[in-house]
Design a protein around this ligand. Structure first.
Ligand SMILES: [Fe+2]
Length: 135
């Protein structure tokens, strides 16, 4: 059973962003599988880096579209992204320094955050972007 199962409930009804969310889900599950199968820490670190890089890239894409189409709550949305980014950076720093943070903790935190963020924040911009002609 994958850690994160994407389904239609998570759709924000904008193709490009749904595709990026699905890619994030896929990367989350890849990292989870890597940990479960006991991969070396170096491998886990590489996959974690890719996931965090892609998360940052995805946030940039969303924010650029929200600015471009004049989404009224863009600043709030950006703040949510920033808060997650800082929190993950902190966890990542403590993971790297061996200060009692496990990769699994970062993965679980990011997964929970993403599920909630898509369902309660991202879905709010969907109909707005649709009304501006973006699908
Ligand atoms: Fe978002």
């Amino acid at each position: 059973m994958p850690l994160f199962q994407w389904n239609q409930e998570y759709s924000v009804n904008v193709g490009q962003l749904d595709e990026q969310h699905k890619k994030l889900v896929e990367m989350i599950n890849t990292l989870d599988n890597s940990m479960k199968s006991g991969d070396r820490i170096e491998t886990i670190r590489v996959i974690l880096d890719e996931l965090l890089d892609y998360t940052a890239y995805h946030f940039e894409t969303e924010e650029r579209l929200l600015v471009q189409y004049g989404y009224p709550r863009v600043e709030n949305h950006r703040k949510e992204h920033d808060a997650l980014s800082w929190r993950v950076l902190d966890l990542r720093t403590r993971f790297d320094s061996g200060a009692g943070v496990e990769a699994k903790e970062i993965l679980d935190f990011l997964t929970d955050w993403l599920k909630n963020h898509i369902l309660f924040s991202d879905k709010q911009y969907g109909s707005f972007l649709n009304s501006k002609g973006l699908k």
